[in-house]
Design a protein around this ligand. Structure first.
Ligand code: SAH
Length: 354
């Protein structure tokens, strides 16, 4: 409550009434001075959460190989736009470039574009990726249109602000955030026209408008420019009801309406809605992360790494299991592949791949 953003939110509500969940997320994550992502690097053991590329280089290597094979399937264009949204510390892209670089010509053809709003993380990316001379963008709309696009994002969509709606007898009402004593509480707003699964009284459904805009943009870009996109995140396969808004701080869940701006605020990705919004592109059936990484050969890669670094053998094994096991990140995290309609089936996504 007493965080700078808590005070700003309190004033805003006092002035014009309860605000949407999306407005709270936007404020908490992206306020120019106090927003969570604007101020600090939240990743890693010392931060609030750890992501797949920060767990092991193997994750980015598998994605890099995937991209290089897709690039070959596109006819190995001599120039393409290699774009990543929300690149964090630049770790995933560094691993992509190193592994993709094993395929002759891939690295030379790649023109690197990063979509990132956080000045703190842009600085980290500049350091990690200095040899690849990246171009930065505030949003996807300014990515170049004059070459095929290979787009990748890991844990980007979950950070985009969702709206929530509550099922009431006469339809759905937007779930808003208002005041409650000295703190904040959820309240119901006016009836809203949403197309959502039927739901029972009290159920919550979520709509991620910015994610749909991202999907629409990627879909039309792929249709026009050619190329493919790989989106990795935690989320669900079919649109469903459920409250997935969550706050994470120092590697533990935290109350979402407390200490606004001090924890990471995210929501699970509705991949069904995302794929439907990506008109113009072909969307492949969703894979879980474990299956995707195994089909790209992560277990073999782990064996090789263990042989070359025997002192780290256990660590490498554990990291591999953490990325692919169902009880860890293997099933919760999903991989969505979108391609230009004329592209060959990308590795891992053929219906009979096992
Ligand atoms: N992909 C990285 C980081 C994930 S954290 C990894 O896997 O480690 C989310 C990333 O998205 C951060 O880099 C954050 O600054 C960025 N981000 C969040 N909202 C954004 C927005 N609206 N536009 C661009 N980048 C955003």
């Amino acid at each position: 409550m007493s965080t700078p953003l808590g005070l700003i939110l309190r004033e805003r509500i006092a002035k014009s009434g309860p605000v949407s969940v999306a407005a709270v997320m936007e404020l908490a994550l992206a306020h120019p001075d106090y927003g969570y992502y604007r101020r600090k690097d939240p990743l890693g053991a010392a931060g609030d959460f750890t992501t797949a590329p920060e767990i092991s280089q193997m994750f980015g290597e598998m994605v890099g190989l995937w991209l290089a094979v897709v690039w070959q399937g596109m006819g190995a264009p001599s120039r393409f736009i290699l774009a990543e949204a929300g690149p964090g510390r630049g770790t995933l892209m560094a691993d992509i470039l190193r592994a993709g670089g094993m395929v002759p010509g891939f690295r030379q053809a790649a023109e690197l574009h990063l979509v990132e709003t956080s000045p703190a993380l842009r600085a980290k990316q500049a350091e990690t990726l200095k040899d690849a001379s990246p171009h930065w963008h505030d949003d996807l709309a300014s990515l170049p249109e004059d070459a095929p696009l290979l787009f990748v994002a890991n844990e980007f969509l979950d950070a985009l602000p969702i709206r929530q709606y509550v099922r009431v007898p006469d339809g759905w009402r937007e779930r808003l955030v208002g005041r409650d004593g000295s703190g904040f509480a959820f309240v119901e707003g006016p009836l809203a026209a949403v197309s959502a699964p039927a739901g029972q009284l009290g159920d919550i459904c979520e709509i991620n408008e910015p994610a749909r805009a991202v999907a629409a943009l990627i879909g039309s870009r792929l249709a026009i420019q050619g190329g493919a996109a790989l989106l990795i995140d935690y989320g669900y396969e079919k649109t469903a009801v459920g409250d997935t808004l969550q706050a994470v701080r120092q590697h533990a869940y935290a109350p979402v309406l407390e200490a606004i701006g001090e924890s990471d605020l995210t929501a699970h990705v509705d991949f069904d809605a995302f794929a439907r919004a990506a008109a113009g592109a072909r969307a492949y059936p969703l894979l879980n992360q474990g299956k995707f990484l195994r089909s790209m050969g992560i277990e073999l890669r782990a064996e090789r790494l263990r042989q070359s670094q025997p002192s780290k053998s256990d660590e490498i094994m554990k990291a591999c299991r953490r990325l692919i096991d169902a009880a860890e990140m293997g099933t919760l995290f999903k991989v969505l592949c979108l391609t230009a309609p004329n592209l060959p089936i990308p590795p891992g996504f053929a219906a009979d791949d096992s």
